[in-house]
Design a protein around this ligand. Structure first.
Ligand SMILES: Nc1ncnc2c1ncn2[C@@H]1O[C@H](COP(=O)(O)OP(=O)(O)OP(=O)(O)O)[C@@H](O)[C@H]1O
Ligand SMILES: [Mg+2]
Length: 357
């Protein structure tokens, strides 16, 4: 176990009524990482964040930062701080007063707290607006004030629960870049909770995918997009087709699985007769008017076409089941497909991958 960074070991949180919100969480976060907890509603993201921030206690397990045990330590005494949603800024106080408020409560004298607050405001690039009220700032600037207010406490990690949740899409995009840039400048660990895949993929050094109270997978955005470990991650990360069947044979580093979608060949190993599942990314699926090949190909009907700007998502139908492909405009034009037309969807062996059962 690492003695630097934030470490969650065998962490559980069971609420009265036998509600297991967080189960068997083991996670090591290095100092300075941008970590995103991603998962559907109710999977335990906020609960995990509250356990780290000290707003709730684990039923069992330990949480340490740089080797120091956090269990039982109050939020104010922890070297990790939560930025609450809506930033909770005082509307009638200036930026400076907002930022120094916590230090004032701690009883720090005026000169010292002004000095520290000014330094934090400078860090987030708001020195020129120090005497403005929150309403005289943009949404992005308000978030910077909220961060400055947390930074004066010199935390080792900053926790953010759905920080971009309520913002309109354009502002969200802008804030992603801002927040990420600020984290890089500060070099502090950020733990950011969201249920938005795109947000996670665009911001995280590593994503922790949660589902059903457990960690389903931890990985870089690329790892998760290319190598989802199981069906949950493959489907939740989006645009994956998951096929199930029985392993027919295994040789030369590949397995052949018999599925209702025909035979599929995929890199990996397995035992004939056992269950096998594989995932194939929509963007790795090609469409053509060719005959269906013996492996890795299905005849599908084009249900509808979704224009994404830089690519085209094809919602296909295989015997009543959805199948997805993402192609570029050129390819789409070549096939001359129209909604209702039958086409052949194929993919390469190396683009598919085996999932854990
Ligand atoms: N104080 C509580 N008492 C009982 N059950 C709780 C309590 N807090 C959370 N839960 C339950 O624990 C589970 C996880 O909740 P949590 O708030 O961590 O989910 P989440 O992943 O943050 O979801 P969302 O994306 O909707 O915010 C849910 O089933 C929730 O109903
Ligand atoms: Mg939540």
């Amino acid at each position: 176990m690492s003695d630097t960074g934030l470490v969650l070991k065998d962490v559980y949180r069971v609420f009265p009524g036998d509600i297991t919100a967080v189960s068997d969480v083991n996670l090591e976060i290095e100092n300075g990482e941008y970590i995103v907890f991603l998962g559907p509603s109710g999977c335990g993201k906020t609960t995990t964040l509250r356990l780290i921030g000290g707003h709730d206690d684990p039923s069992s397990g330990t949480i340490t930062i740089d080797g120091e045990l956090l269990n039982g330590v109050s939020p104010a005494q922890r070297p990790v701080t939560t930025v609450f949603q809506h930033y909770a800024l005082f509307p009638h106080k200036s930026v400076l007063q907002n930022v120094e408020f916590g230090l004032k409560m701690q009883g720090m004298d005026k000169t010292a707290r002004e000095q520290q607050a000014t330094a934090a405001i400078e860090l987030v690039g708001l020195s020129a607006m120090m005497h403005r009220k929150p309403r005289e700032l943009s949404g992005g600037q308000q978030q910077r004030v909220a961060l400055a207010r947390v930074l004066v406490t010199r935390p080792k990690a900053i926790l953010l629960d759905e920080p971009l949740g309520d913002l309109d899409r354009l502002l969200q995009m802008k804030m992603r870049v801002e927040l990420r840039g600020l984290q890089r400048e500060l070099g502090i660990t950020f733990i950011h909770v969201t249920h938005n895949q795109e947000e996670a993929l665009s911001m995280a050094d590593r994503i922790v995918v949660m589902g059903d109270a457990i960690i389903q997978q931890v990985g870089t955005p690329t790892e998760l997009a290319r190598h989802p470990r199981n069906e949950f991650v493959a489907k939740f990360m989006g645009d994956n087709n998951v096929l199930h069947g029985t392993i027919e044979s295994a040789s030369g580093g590949n397995v052949v699985i018999n599925t209702p979608h025909g035979k599929v060949e995929v890199p990996g190993s397995g035992t004939a007769g056992e269950k096998g599942s594989m995932a194939i990314r929509a963007s790795a699926v090609n469409i053509s008017t060719d005959a269906v090949p013996a492996v890795n190909g299905v005849r599908v009907r084009l249900d509808f076409v979704e224009y994404l700007g830089d690519s085209i998502k094809l919602h296909l139908d295989f015997n009543g089941e959805p199948f997805l492909a993402k192609v570029d405009e050129e390819r789409f034009g070549e096939v001359q497909a129209y909604e209702g037309k039958e086409v052949t969807a194929t993919w390469s062996v190396e683009d598919g991958h085996l999932l854990e059962q």
